[in-house]
Ligand binder design. Structure first.
Ligand code: ADP
Length: 480
């Protein structure tokens, strides 16, 4: 049975009210709002009572007012306005992005008597669109190659300008190809490993590897690869940021070579200089022994200066050699007993220990994966300093201890010596850095540099905490 007019109207109005779009009608003369559905209320904040009877311009931000005249004149010509994107104002003054479709409403005689307006809010769409554009601009202008690929089949799905520069393929050539076009034959096993890590949701951070350009040449890269998830959180692809590290690798290699040459030079120089120095010392002693009486006390004093100068230089050269010897080395395959290294150091320091009446003790010491000679050197330098920089008012008391920390051992050498002013606690680890002249405390200024170099070779660090005139604690760590 056909619907009655009243039923038809009720149905229409139910449809209008249940629509997600704001549906508004207005008359054409003054643009007065004549109907207003539930979604219009939600979208613009006015109730139907508040809106009906008001001019439609209450919805227009001031800078958009001219739009209304233009819309009205098009409607009067009988035109429909389809999906124009514009901005409207809510009751609270907030602005919203909307897409409008406006159609003329005619009476039975075909005269245009008003307009119906369907407004859809697109603020979120716009925001996403803007964010998308911003992201694309960032990706395009990045100096790094940024590529995305699907996880199944590893098909390239996006390719920025830098990827084009780095690999030589244009976006058109690369997109749709498998990512393996970039992988040299001897690296093909890397991809499955990367994919399985991505599938677990892991990110692959800064791995250094080699990839192949379109022309077949190879390029050293640092790669960071992250999983891409869909809205449901499923991993559907991967984004890959590739940085060309050819130049930095070349510079590092050059620096290493220059360093090696320099170390070799220092090594030979300090080694070769020892010989003539020994001659100076020996002939000085001969001179003193055979001609001492003729030289008189003044001459003997001068020979004494000569002798101590040569001895100082000998010590400097010895320490310099020790420093240069601590170059890159393989980690030892076995542990060394730190207690043994401590005992060896006591042996080497026995005369200064007895001269100074020092008490040197150690708590339980572990075995660690460090060369025994290196451990010996660390203890010898640190305990030697603890005795050398003692307070003249009290005999030195030195305690060595080791403490287990997360993933490492921390060793400490505590003394009750003169201490160090806070502003010098890092400088003293520098080469030839000393806080005293040779008259007061003899030394080369290399002992702590040697310790630092050893500890850093094992991935640890060394530092000091100290209170002037109370004492110092030198600590170093050895990671597992
Ligand atoms: P050197 O002892 O040959 O001068 P080091 O590199 O071993 O060289 O030490 C650098 C400087 O750090 C020393 O000259 C001294 O001033 C200071 N220093 C080192 N150990 C101690 C310590 N235990 N107490 C006070 N000062 C110290």
């Amino acid at each position: 049975m056909p619907l009655s007019e009243a039923e038809r109207l009720a149905l229409l109005s139910a449809i209008v009210d249940s629509s997600d779009d704001a549906i508004i009608s207005k008359n054409l003369d003054a643009g007065i709002i004549t109907s207003w559905n539930k979604s219009a209320e939600r979208m613009f904040g006015y109730t139907a009572e508040e809106a009906i009877g008001q001019p439609i311009t209450i919805l227009l931000p001031p800078d958009r007012l001219p739009e209304e005249a233009e819309i009205l004149s098009r409607l009067r010509r009988g035109e429909r306005i389809d999906h124009i994107e514009t901005i409207r104002m809510r009751k609270d003054g907030g602005l919203i992005d909307v897409s409008l479709t406006i159609s003329p409403v005619r009476d039975e005689a075909g005269n245009i008597i008003g307009a119906s307006k369907i407004a859809r809010e697109i603020t979120e769409l716009r925001r996403v669109d803007r964010a998308h554009r911003l992201l694309s601009a960032i990706v395009e202008s990045s100096d790094d190659a940024i590529i995305s690929k699907s996880l199944d089949g590893g098909i390239i799905t996006s390719w920025n300008k830098s990827a084009e520069r780095l690999f030589g393929y244009t976006a058109e050539e690369a997109i749709g190809q498998p990512i393996t076009i970039l992988i040299p034959a001897d690296r093909t096993d890397e991809e499955p490993e990367i994919v399985s890590r991505l599938r677990r949701g892991d990110r692959v951070d800064h791995i250094e590897t080699v990839r192949m350009r379109k022309d077949g040449s190879l390029v050293d890269l640092s790669l960071t690869i992250s999983p891409i998830r869909d809205a449901a959180g499923n991993i559907v692809g991967a984004s890959k940021v590739a940085r060309d590290i050819t130049e930095s690798k070349r510079l590092i290699a050059e620096l290493q070579r220059a360093n090696e040459v320099l170390e070799q030079f220092v090594y030979s120089a300090s080694h070769d200089l020892q010989e003539p120095l020994r001659t100076v010392k020996i002939y000085g002693e001969v001179l003193l022994g055979e001609y001492g009486e003729q030289l008189g006390s003044k001459g003997a004093e001068i020979l004494g200066f000569l002798h101590s100068g040569a001895t100082h230089m000998e010590n400097l050269l010895r320490d310099l050699l020790a420093y240069v010897r601590v170059t890159k080395f393989e980690k030892p395959s076995e542990d060394s007993d730190a207690r043994q290294a401590f005992e060896d150091a006591l042996q080497s320091l026995s005369s200064s220990i007895s001269e100074s009446n020092a008490s040197v003790t150690a708590g339980p010491l572990p075995s660690v994966r460090v060369d025994l000679a290196h451990l010996h050197q660390l203890f010898q330098n640190l305990i030697g300093n603890a005795i050398k920089y003692r307070d003249p008012q009290r005999p030195p008391v030195v305690c060595v201890s080791a403490e287990r920390q997360k993933g490492q051992w921390r060793f400490s050498v505590r003394d009750n010596g003169i201490g160090i002013e806070p502003q010098y606690t890092s400088t003293i680890f520098g080469l030839f850095k000393r806080l005293h002249d040779n008259e007061k405390y003899s030394g080369s200024g290399l002992g702590l540099s040697i310790c630092q170099r050893i500890v850093e070779q094992y991935g640890g660090r060394i530092w000091v905490e100290s209170k002037p005139s109370e004492g110092s604690v030198f600590s170093f760590t050895i990671p597992d």
